[in-house]
Design a protein around this ligand. Sequence first.
Ligand code: ATP
Length: 230
Amino acid sequence: NFTDIQKAVTLKDVKFGYNAEKEILHGISLNVDKGQMVALVGPTGSGKTTVMNLLNRFYDVTEGQVLFDGVDVRDISLTNLREQVGIVLQESVLFSGTIRQNIKFGKPDATDLDMIAAAKQANIHEFIMSLENGYDTHVSDENSVFSTGQKQLMSIARTILTNPRLLILDEATSNVDTVTEAKIQKAMDNVIQGRTSFVIAHRLKTILNADKIVVLKDGNILEEGTHTQL
Ligand code: ATP
């Protein structure tokens, strides 16, 4: 189907439930062009995270299809898919190890130069350089307890380094001071730039910047369009 092939991401009448008793998504359809940023909004429990779970195949649809470049995600190997989809979660996980190992996690053979470029784009390089041991700082060191925002920025750096075709991002809402929030916003702009992205958006600015706003309610798309259209 030609129209599918043109789209970076297509959801075709997607139905899904975590178990047979309760359907959570009731037939969602969506077309996203290459490079577009989609803001997913909606009340708690509306299905935002569930849509993300289907995009990165933590789960498979019950009915319908999820297509990347016209290819059903079930026909893409998980290894391949993991390389193509980058995820930045609200509470970013750092592993026991150095900052260098953490940023290079998805691409261990990356050079330090590439790592630093990614950290700069993620707005976290200066902070890392301000630490006594820089990129060799152990994340589990008692004197290197990072804030939620700093962890999210490192996670963004990690994602930038893997250069994913599709980006899934859950904006941090809590425990972020205004300076860090501005840094996250800038880092997000950098990582989203030119990349097909789905963002669970909590900030108004992100919603205003979206190419497409998708409003979910009770597992259905209530509205879809640009900020000016809605
Ligand atoms: P929030 O804004 O609170 O994160 P959300 O829009 O992301 O909410 P989802 O997390 O997608 O909503 O949840 C949609 C529905 O699916 C809810 O009714 C929730 O209880 C249910 N749900 C989510 N995860 C699971 C799971 N692992 N097993 C069973 N039900 C689940």
